[in-house]
Design a protein around this ligand. Structure first.
Ligand code: PLP
Length: 392
C-alpha cells in the first residue's frame, strides 16, 4: 500500500521526534510536580524546562507562561471580564472579536453573549482596522472597558492579521489585547512584545507536540487572572488548577525548542512548496481560486476552490487516494459554522462549499505536492466535464 500523504497540518501536526522522546521519557517519571520530594522535583524540572523553551520561542518570560489543556482552554481562560491590574480593577465589559476567529473565541469565553461584538474583515480576510477603530471609539464614548481578541493567522486561509496595528488601536482606547497565535506558532516567527499583545494563546499539537496541551502567555506581570477558569490546588501560580500534564508539557517544550532552531529553514521550505502547489494548480486548472491570495499568509496554507467541485466530494475522494486534506476548520468538526470564515470575506455559499484547505508541514516534499496535484486533476477533470455535459 502506498504511503499516505498527510496535507492537513493545520488540523494537527504529526508528533515531532523530539517531542516523542521527551513525552515518553516523562511517562517514566512518577512524581507530582507539586511534591517536594525528589520524584516531584524531577517532574517539576521537566515542566519548568518546557516553560522556558516555550517562553523563548515567543519572547516571553517563563514565569508568564501558564500551561493549559490546549488552545481552546487558553482562549476561554483569556476571554474573561476579570483580567485586572493595579491600574484597572474594574471588570472588562465588552469583547471585540474578528469575524474569522476560532469558535472558542467567537463563543466569547466568559463574557455574556450581549457583550460580544464582531469586527468585520476585508475580502482578503484581513481584519478591517478602520472598523475596529470606529468600534473602539464608540465604546470609549460609552466609557466601556473592552478586551480585543484577534488571531495572528487564520486557520483556514492562513491570512496573517495586523495584530500590532490592532493592539496599538486597542491600547490607545484603554482596551486589552488577546492574540490567538495557535496557527502561527511554528510557522512564522513572532514575539509577544513586538505584537504588543497582553495575552497570547498557543497550542502544542500544531507544532508536533502531543494533543491536549497548550498555554496562555502574558506579556508582563501587571495583568492578573482574578477569576481563574479552573480553580483548584493552586497549580500554575493559582491561574489554572489541576495536576500538570507533565508528559504533554515536556513534549510541548521539546517541540518548541526544535521549532525555534528550525523555523527559518522550515518556513522557507514550506513557502516554496506552497508556491509550487498554487502555481501547479493554476497552470493545470485555471478556474481555481485561491482565497486570501492578495494578503500575507502563513507559508504552509492554501485554501482554494474550483467552482462546481464540492469540497465534501473532493475530501472523501482524496482520502480514498491516501491524501488527507480538509474542507474547512477541522477542529470545528462537522457542521459548526463550516463557511463562517469565507462568508465573512463575502464569498458566496456556492463557492465556499467548494473550498479545500491544503496545509503543509516541515516534512512535506515536492513529490508529495506533485502527487496531490495529479490526484486533484484526476479527480476534478471528470467532475468538471460531467458538469459541462449536464449544462450542454
Ligand atoms: N485557535 C485556532 C486558530 C485553532 O486553529 C485551533 C484549533 O485548530 C484552536 C484555537 C484550538 O486549539 P486546540 O485544538 O489546542 O484546543
Amino acid at each position: 500500500m502506498a504511503a499516505r500523504i498527510y496535507l492537513d497540518w493545520n488540523a494537527t501536526a504529526p508528533l515531532r521526534e523530539e517531542a516523542r522522546v521527551a513525552a515518553t521519557g516523562a511517562f517514566d517519571l512518577c512524581g507530582n510536580p507539586s511534591s517536594v520530594h525528589g520524584e516531584g522535583r524531577a517532574a517539576r524540572a521537566l515542566v519548568e524546562e518546557a516553560r522556558g523553551a516555550l517562553a523563548a520561542l515567543v519572547g516571553a518570560e517563563p514565569r508568564n507562561v501558564f500551561f493549559t489543556s490546549g488552545g481552546t482552554e487558553a482562549n476561554v481562560m483569556a476571554l474573561s471580564p476579570h483580567l485586572t491590574s493595579a491600574a484597572e480593577v474594574r471588570p472588562r465589559d465588552r469583547l471585540l472579536v474578528s469575524a474569522i476567529e476560532h469558535p472558542s473565541v467567537l463563543a466569547g469565553g466568559r463574557f455574556p453573549h450581549q457583550a460580544v461584538e464582531t469586527v468585520p474583515v476585508t475580502v482578503d480576510g484581513v481584519l478591517d482596522l478602520a472598523a475596529l477603530r470606529r468600534q473602539l471609539s464608540a465604546l470609549a464614548q460609552q466609557d466601556r472597558r473592552p478586551l480585543v481578541s484577534l488571531m495572528l493567522a487564520n486557520n483556514e486561509t492562513g491570512v496573517i492579521q495586523p495584530v500590532a496595528e490592532a493592539a496599538a488601536l486597542a491600547h490607545a482606547a484603554g482596551a486589552l489585547m488577546h492574540v490567538d497565535a495557535v496557527q502561527a506558532l511554528g510557522r512564522i516567527s513572532f514575539d509577544i512584545n513586538a505584537l504588543d499583545a497582553d495575552l497570547v494563546t498557543v497550542s502544542g499539537h500544531k507544532i508536533g507536540a502531543p494533543k491536549g496541551v497548550g498555554a496562555l502567555i502574558k506579556r508582563g506581570q501587571a495583568l492578573h487572572f482574578a477569576d481563574a477558569l479552573i480553580k483548584g490546588g493552586g497549580q500554575e501560580r493559582g491561574a489554572r488548577g489541576g495536576t500538570e500534564n507533565v508528559a504533554g508539557i515536556a513534549g510541548f517544550g521539546a517541540a518548541a525548542a526544535a521549532v525555534r532552531t528550525a523555523l527559518a529553514r522550515e518556513g522557507a521550505r514550506m513557502a516554496s512548496l506552497r508556491t509550487r502547489l498554487e502555481a501547479g494548480l493554476k497552470a493545470r486548472m485555471p478556474a481555481a481560486i485561491v482565497f486570501g491570495v492578495a494578503a500575507a499568509r502563513l507559508p504552509n496554507t492554501t485554501l482554494f476552490a474550483v467552482p462546481g467541485i464540492r469540497a465534501e466530494t473532493a475530501v472523501i475522494a482524496l482520502d480514498l487516494d491516501g491524501i488527507p486534506v480538509s474542507s474547512g476548520a477541522a477542529c470545528s468538526s462537522g457542521q459548526v459554522q463550516p463557511y463562517q470564515v469565507l462568508a465573512a470575506m463575502g464569498v458566496a455559499p456556492a463557492l465556499a462549499q467548494c473550498a479545500i484547505r491544503v496545509s503543509l508541514g516541515p516534512t512535506t516534499t515536492e513529490s508529495e505536492v506533485d502527487c496531490f496535484l495529479d490526484a486533484w486533476i484526476t479527480l476534478a477533470e471528470p467532475l468538471l466535464k460531467g458538469r459541462q455535459g449536464v449544462a450542454a
